[in-house]
Design a protein around this ligand. Structure first.
Ligand SMILES: Nc1ncnc2c1ncn2[C@@H]1O[C@H](COP(=O)(O)OP(=O)(O)OP(=O)(O)O)[C@@H](O)[C@H]1O
Ligand SMILES: [Mg+2]
Length: 492
């Protein structure tokens, strides 16, 4: 590709040089001929003058042989013309037979007292001649040399001129070849880079060179590559995110159908058994009815939890933000759960922060979070266990209060912790279901805490216990107007 470009550039330069040489040749031919004629004219004039001086103006005297010998010595044809134009003597032809020369341009000039010259075919000899005439006493003395001789002389000058031009063109050709190679190699790199971009190799870059037009093109192409790379990376990220969301959505649909199907199937089965006659069997009818009620309650919990989650995600959940005392929030939740803990023989201890500590939140949402965490702590802590619920200034975050629920329960395996807050995720599915759990409690906790500017954390040790905590801001963070935060609560 670049080889062809290089060849074309070189051919273009060569053509320009050839045209230049031809132009020089045409001009040089004319200049050489003119120069040669001028110098010959001067030369012939000088020879004529010498002859006149030697002969003392006595041109007419002397034999034809001596006239002929003189012409030969002068290197041309020698003619003497009278003032009226009649030819007196000629070294090549019989003067008597020659026509009047008075009208010949060189003779006219000479008879007017100046040296004259003319280039034309001789009517007497029939070949082209250069005539040079000069004034003498008798009239005009004319010397003529054949044009072939003029041509040879002019060609010698022309040859020298062309040789000089040719030598001058050698560095020009070398320079042109170097420039052509430089330009074609840079263009080659640009073409190769464009090919890479077309193939999707957006991380490739061109080496930046110079500030000329090619340099500008290189920079523009690099910018294009950078933008394409950025866009593709962005699209890839979005694609991965979308795939993740799609997976989560599918899992959610499967989970919801499964969770709804189990209690529904149970209700259907026991109802049919009762209708088939079991309703009259006093030993089992009450047991079956209580199972039906349990499953109906479970369905109720499931739908209400799902509704809560979807309201937060769809941003239709309205929060009533205000300042509340932390100890009050904690006590409200503990009071509601204490009977359940007492029933199971679990000690519930409160460690509130100082009485003046306030947080800016939605009291109902905090109640929902604490109820879920306490419910879990009671569910997954055996009898004689202890649950501590308290508040303290958040570590490393001024203006935040951390509320925690710590139990001495069964604990959670470390590898389960990262997925614990996903919807329907349960460490021990059978056990959770047995305890009436839906697996949505912690997902709701996470979303509610996030919506209030906090974040849930968990630390746990198997058979030793777990601690769940979340942070709440002390001041108004402007979350009541900020809907974007809730807009992020879509995954898990
Ligand atoms: N304090 C805890 N100790 C041990 N395991 C816990 C504790 N809290 C939660 N878990 C584990 O995390 C899982 C998810 O809890 P989550 O509250 O989301 O669901 P659930 O309690 O099973 O059902 P529900 O929706 O009724 O709360 C539970 O099934 C349980 O395995
Ligand atoms: Mg729970």
């Amino acid at each position: 590709m670049t080889g062809r470009l290089f060849l074309r550039l070189i051919l273009a330069v060569l053509s320009i040089l050839v045209v230049a040489v031809l132009a020089v040749d045409v001009l040089a031919s004319k200049v050489a001929e003119r120069t040669y004629i001028d110098s010959l004219t001067r030369d012939l004039t000088a020879r004529g003058k010498l002859l006149e001086a030697v002969l003392g103006g006595k041109f007419k005297s002397g034999s034809d042989e001596s006239w002929h010998a003189m012409a030969k010595a002068l290197g041309g044809r020698l003619t003497l013309i009278a003032k009226d134009g009649t030819v007196i003597r000629d070294s090549e032809a019989d003067a008597a037979k020659m026509e009047n020369h008075g009208h010949r341009p060189e003779i006219l000039e000479a008879l007017a007292g100046r040296a004259g010259s003319a280039l034309r075919r001789s009517p007497t000899l029939g070949i082209p001649f250069l005539y040079v005439a000069m004034p003498v006493n008798a009239g005009a003395l004319r010397l003529a040399v054949p044009v072939a001789e003029v041509r040879t002389g002019a060609d010698a000058i022309r040859g020298q001129l062309l040789a000089a031009v040719g030598i001058a063109f050698i560095p020009a050709m070398i320079l042109a070849a170097l420039i052509a190679r430089y330009v074609s190699s840079r263009l080659g790199a640009i073409i190769e880079y464009a090919g890479k971009l077309a193939d999707g190799q957006f991380e490739a870059r061109l080496k930046k060179t110079g500030t000329d037009e090619l340099g500008i093109l290189e920079r523009k192409l690099n910018d294009t590559g950078e933008k394409l790379q950025h866009t593709v990376e962005q699209l890839q990220k979005e694609h991965v995110e979308l795939e993740k969301l799609e997976r989560v959505r599918k899992d959610f649909v499967i989970n919801v159908s499964h969770e709804l199907r189990t209690p529904l199937a149970s209700i259907q089965g026991y109802t049919e058994t009762l209708l088939d006659g079991a309703v009259y069997d006093n030993a089992i009818n009450l047991k079956f009815l209580s199972i039906i009620r349990q499953n109906a309650e479970r369905l109720g919990r499931l739908t209400s939890d799902l509704l809560t989650l979807s309201r937060i995600e769809l941003k239709t959940q309205k929060f009533q933000f205000a300042s509340y005392y932390v100890h009050k929030l904690i006590h409200d939740s503990v009071d509601a759960m204490r009977p359940i803990a007492d029933k199971k023989g679990i000690m519930l201890r409160v460690e509130p922060p100082d009485a003046a500590t306030e947080v800016f939140c939605d009291a109902e949402a905090v109640h929902q979070i604490l109820s879920n965490l306490l419910d879990n702590a009671i569910k997954y802590t055996p009898a004689d266990g202890t649950i501590v619920i308290g508040g303290r200034p958040a570590e490393g975050a001024q203006d935040y209060v951390e509320i925690f629920v710590k139990d001495t329960g069964i604990g959670i395996p470390e590898e389960e912790l990262p997925r614990l807050f996903e919807r329907f995720y349960r460490v021990d599915k059978a056990r959770s279901r047995e305890l009436g759990g839906t697996g949505l409690g912690l997902a709701i906790v996470k979303h509610l805490a996030k919506a209030m500017g906090g974040e849930v954390r968990v630390s746990s040790k198997l058979q030793q216990g777990s601690t769940f905590s979340f942070r709440l801001p002390v001041h108004d963070l402007g979350l009541s107007e900020d809907s974007s935060l809730q807009g992020q609560l879509t995954v898990s």
